[in-house]
Design a protein around this ligand. Structure first.
Ligand SMILES: O=C(N[C@@H](O)C(=O)O)c1ccccc1
Length: 329
């Protein structure tokens, strides 16, 4: 069945950025309070099959941290670089989120750490969680943590932990451990653990937290404060893997998602989805015009419903805007 026309569509802004950005693997995207796009990328480092040993220890420590600026602030209209930071600090960037003071909360899967870094001063972390290069699963360690979400009212942060753990952890803005929880299920007997909680979206109008449970090809949503399971969105169209999600409170609440190649080679087309949060219906799908998505790895949606997707395989960032479909009367 073709995707019915829902009266609007997302089309790629092929002229964005005006000048190609020199990026490594793009792992994370965020928006700052000025409406700029924040890109977190890996410079000349990359996550390959030999990057970690079989107990998730990073194998290229001796290479040192990435020398390039890993955090780039670009303007939404032209894609010009407005600011660059994050040099000599990170080894394998993963997730990035801004808080309402425009600090960056980031994760590094090689360091197994979560950092709050200022967007103003140079790269001195304001908060550092976890122990460098030391995977673990207690309250003070992560195992390849993937993303951070911030509750703008309480300042509490949520960490999706991670490739080699399967939990969501909640901390205060200062980094005090508050709680944690695993996957949910409408039927407790069938509680299947998260398999790579890979991306988080905080829903500010509902105080809910949604998780892209990547290898289970599903999105699970919870009451942010308590971790109480609320709902699951799982679609055949995802083809088995959901890599990243974002949320817009517009039109009653929309979840934006990107899927990915599944490990067993079976994959449905790699694309973006717009999902009505209440009905769980897919209301739109989108993909780039010329280039294909290779490994869309993070997604953000702006207050005026533009969408940016960062691709970890092609080192590209794509911009999409929502037009109104030219209904033929
Ligand atoms: O998932 C993987 N990577 C991406 O998510 C990423 O680059 O963050 C990965 C897993 C195993 C080996 C190599 C890469």
């Amino acid at each position: 069945t073709g995707t019915p026309d829902y009266g609007y569509f997302l089309e790629e802004v092929t002229a964005w950025p005006e000048v190609k950005l020199q990026l490594g693997q793009v792992s994370g995207l965020a928006l700052d309070s000025y409406g700029n796009l924040v890109i977190f990328h890996r410079g000349d480092h990359h996550w390959g099959v030999n990057s970690f040993d079989n107990i998730a220890r990073y194998q290229h420590r001796s290479k040192g941290p990435i020398q390039q600026s890993t955090i780039l602030v670009v303007d939404q209209v032209k894609g010009e670089i407005l600011k660059a930071s994050g040099r000599n600090t990170f080894y394998l960037p993963h997730g990035i989120t801004t808080d309402k003071e425009n600090n960056y909360w980031v994760t590094d899967v090689a360091l197994h750490q979560v950092f709050k870094v200022s967007s103003q001063q140079r790269d001195v972390p304001l908060v550092e969680l976890g122990e460098a290069f030391t995977p673990g699963s207690d309250r003070r360690h992560f195992c390849q943590p993937t993303d951070v979400a911030v509750d703008p009212v309480t300042g509490n942060i949520y960490v999706s932990d991670g490739y080699c753990n399967s939990r969501i952890m909640k901390f205060s803005a200062e980094g005090q451990y508050l709680s944690e929880w695993g996957a949910g299920s409408s039927d407790r007997r069938k509680r299947k653990p998260f398999r790579i909680p890979h991306s988080l979206a905080y829903l500010p109008d509902r105080q809910e937290l949604c998780v892209a449970d990547r290898e289970n090809g599903r999105i699970q949503c919870f009451v942010a404060d308590s971790g109480e399971f609320l709902k699951e969105i799982k679609k055949e169209e995802f083809g088995g893997e959901v890599y990243a999600i974002a949320y817009s409170p517009h039109s009653g609440g929309l979840i934006y998602a990107v899927n990915g190649e599944s490990a067993d080679g079976y994959s449905s087309p790699i694309r973006g989805f717009v999902i009505d949060y209440s009905s769980k219906d897919i209301v739109n799908v989108f993909r780039p015009v010329d280039q294909e998505f290779k490994m869309p790895h993070d997604i953000v949606v702006t207050p005026d419903d533009s969408v940016f997707v960062g691709d970890a395989a092609s080192g590209s960032v794509f911009k999409f805007t929502s037009g109104n479909s030219h209904r033929s009367v």
